[in-house]
Design a protein around this ligand. Structure first.
Ligand code: KG4
Ligand code: ZN
Length: 345
C-alpha cells in the first residue's frame, strides 16, 4: 500500500508518501511562515492563495523524492477538517481530483485525529492511554481506548494552548511563530519572576477543562500585579513565567485524569508538544510512560495524514468524492466521543 497524504489545513502545504502505513518514502513540508510573519498570524486568504500556487510543485517534489510514479500510488488521503476552509479546500480538492484521475481509493482525514495518530507511525503503542493534543487550534484531553475509540474528556473553553503562546508573543513582539519564540526566549528567563493565577475552572463538569483567557489577560494587561518582589520585568522573565503557567495548568488537568482513570500511559501530540518545558516536565514523571512523537511529527505535516489515511483504507474505509471540507467539527466533544459512528460516513 503506497498512500499519498495531503495537509493544507493552515499555513503548511505538506505532502508525504507512506508505504504500508509506516515507512516514510518522502515528506515535504513547505511552510508559509515568511508569507504570514509580517502579520504575526496566519492570514486565511493569503494561506489559500499560497497553497494554490504551491500544491502542484509540491506534488511533483514529493513524487520525485519518493522515487515513485503516480501510477504506483494505491490511495490518497487528505485533511478535510478542521481548519481554514479556503486552505483545506485546496488540498482536499486536489486529493479528490488526483484519486479520481488515478482511479484509486480516497479517504478524508480529520486533522485532530491525525495529530493524535502521529506517534503510532513511529512505534507500537498499546491501548488505553491518555491523549493530550496541544496545537495552535486545539487543546484536547482524551481517553484513547482503541484506534477508533477516543473519548474527549476535556478541552479549552476559549483559546487553544498554542494560540495563547501566539497571542502573548504577538503582543510583546517576541517573534513568529509565537510558541517557538517563547520557548527559545524562556531559556534565559526566570520562571519564578511572575506568579500567574490558575484558572478556577477545574471543578465539577470542568475538572479536565482549561481556559487561557485569564492568563492571557494577566500577562498582557496586569503584569505588575503578578510580579514577585525582587524580580525584574524583562521579556525573558515574562516568557519563562508565562510558559511555566500555561504548561503547568495543562499538566494539572492531565495528572488529574491520570489518577482518576488509573491510566499511566500518556501520548502527546500537536505543535505545542515540541515545547521543551512540557517535554522536560513530563519526562521527569518517571511513574508515567510518556510518548512524544519526534518534533517533525508534532507540528503540521502530511506523514500523520498519510498514516491515519493508510489505517482507514486498510480497514476498508473510503470517502465519497462528493464529501466536503469543514472549518469546524460541530459539537466536537460529542462527535469525537462517538468516533465509531463518526467513522461510518
Ligand atoms: O500543530 P500545529 O503545527 O498546527 C495546528 O494544528 O495548530 O501547531 C502550531 C502551534 C502554534 O501555536 C505554535 O506557536 C505552537 O504550535 N508551537 C509551540 C512550539 N512549537 C510550535 N508552542 C510552544 N512551544 C514550542 N516549542
Ligand atoms: Zn495541526
Amino acid at each position: 500500500m503506497i498512500v499519498l497524504g495531503i495537509e493544507t489545513s493552515c499555513d503548511e502545504c505538506a505532502m508525504a508518501i507512506l508505504q504500508d502505513g509506516r515507512k516514510v518514502l518522502a515528506s515535504v513540508v513547505a511552510s508559509q511562515l515568511d508569507v504570514h510573519r509580517p502579520y504575526y498570524g496566519v492570514v486565511p486568504e493569503l494561506a489559500s492563495r499560497t497553497h494554490l500556487q504551491w500544491i502542484l510543485p509540491i506534488y511533483r517534489e514529493v513524487l520525485q523524492k519518493a522515487e515513485v510514479s503516480p501510477a504506483a500510488l494505491t490511495g490518497v488521503a487528505a485533511t478535510n477538517r478542521p481548519g481554514l476552509l479556503g486552505a483545506l479546500l485546496v488540498g482536499f480538492t486536489f486529493g479528490k481530483g488526483l484519486a479520481y484521475g488515478l482511479d484509486i481509493p480516497f479517504v478524508a482525514v480529520d486533522h485532530v485525529r491525525a495529530h493524535l495518530y502521529a506517534p503510532h507511525i513511529e512505534r507500537d503503542i498499546p491501548y488505553p492511554y491518555i491523549g493530550l493534543l496541544v496545537s495552535g487550534g486545539h487543546t484536547l484531553l482524551s481517553i484513547v481506548r482503541d484506534f477508533d475509540d477516543l473519548e474527549v474528556i476535556g478541552s479549552t473553553i476559549d483559546d487553544a494552548c498554542g494560540e495563547a503562546f501566539d497571542k502573548v508573543a504577538k503582543f510583546y513582539r517576541l517573534g513568529y511563530p509565537g510558541g517557538v519564540a517563547i520557548d527559545r526566549l524562556a531559556r534565559s528567563g526566570d520562571p519564578e519572576a511572575f506568579s500567574f493565577p490558575d484558572p478556577s475552572l477545574h471543578k465539577g463538569e470542568h475538572r479536565y477543562d482549561i481556559s487561557y483567557s485569564g492568563l492571557k489577560t494577566a500577562v498582557i494587561n496586569q503584569l505588575e500585579q503578578f510580579r514577585n518582589p525582587g524580580h525584574e520585568m524583562t521579556l525573558a522573565n515574562i516568557a519563562a513565567s508565562f510558559q511555566k503557567a500555561a504548561i503547568d495548568f495543562l499538566l494539572k488537568r492531565l495528572f488529574a485524569a491520570v489518577e482518576d482513570f488509573s491510566i499511566s500511559r500518556v501520548v502527546v501530540g500537536g505543535g505545542v508538544a515540541a515545547n521543551s518545558y512540557l517535554r522536560q516536565s513530563l519526562s521527569a514523571r518517571k511513574d508515567l510512560e510518556v510518548i512524544f512523537p519526534s518534533i517533525e511529527l508534532c507540528t503540521d505535516n502530511a506523514i500523520m495524514v498519510a498514516g491515519l489515511g493508510s489505517e482507514l483504507l486498510k480497514r476498508g474505509e473510503q470517502t465519497p468524492l462528493s464529501e466536503n471540507a469543514y472549518a469546524r467539527v460541530p459539537e466536537f466533544k460529542r462527535m469525537y466521543k462517538s468516533m465509531k459512528n463518526n467513522l461510518q460516513r
